[in-house]
Design a binder for this molecule. Structure first.
Ligand code: GAR
Length: 202
């Protein structure tokens, strides 16, 4: 008899991805939409440190389980690891997550935590450099280009090995707001593609 399940992958066999974010969650939503019906990658959990973050509404809208882990709770190794284990998470994607990832989590997920930064690291990175602050700094500097960086997460802010960068040319008429828009568009295009290239062993 023809094995009709031969090519299907059970939920358990998929790479179960947790999306961590503190804000709007537009990247998380793009990733959720891309992988909702993917054969080997599953957006399995959304985690936010902020109870009122937009990313939690996006998770609810798409029926993805979510958890709030406060700044203090993130220091609680047992509690955080349990939340991730309960959802069988084996990869973590940071999408606008503003807290530093503690060492225990980096050790528990070696080379399995990635981040997106809205500029060309190592420029315009480091503590306190997030969201509009980055674009304002780029504008102030008079830089002729900005871009996006996708990188592995290590114990230093915005420091781990770079996986992918994409440049965006700037003109003097660009404002922090227009820079933000161009950057977000590139992020939405490239973050899902890079995640697939890292995780899909098809
Ligand atoms: C994104 O632009 C992301 O690169 C940035 O926060 C934004 C989140 O937007 N991350 C950082 O600045 C990290 N240092 P989103 O919540 O709409 O995806």
């Amino acid at each position: 008899m023809k094995d009709m399940f031969k090519n299907s992958t059970s939920k358990e066999d998929k790479v179960q991805v947790a999306l961590f974010g503190s804000g709007t969650g537009s990247n998380a939503e793009t990733i959720i939409k891309t992988f909702k019906d993917h054969p080997t990658i599953l957006p399995a959990l959304v985690v936010s440190n902020k109870v009122d973050a937009g990313i939690l509404n996006k998770a609810a809208f798409h029926n993805i389980p979510s958890a709030v882990i406060s700044k203090e709770e993130l220091q609680d190794q047992e509690k955080t690891i349990k939340v991730l284990a309960d959802h069988k998470i084996n990869f973590i994607v940071l999408a606008g997550f503003l807290l530093k990832i503690p060492s225990y989590l980096i050790n528990a997920f070696p080379n399995k935590i990635i981040n997106i930064h809205p500029a060309l690291l190592p420029d315009f990175g480091g503590k306190g450099m997030y969201g509009m602050r980055v674009h304002e700094a780029v504008k102030r500097s008079g830089a002729s280009k900005t871009g996006i960086t996708i990188h592995y997460v290590d114990e230093v802010y915005d420091h781990g090995k770079v996986i992918f960068q994409r440049q965006i040319k700037l003109t003097p008429s660009d404002s922090p707001e227009s820079i933000a828009q161009m950057v977000l568009k590139e992020e939405h295009e490239w973050y899902p593609k890079i995640i697939e290239s890292l995780l899909h062993k098809g």
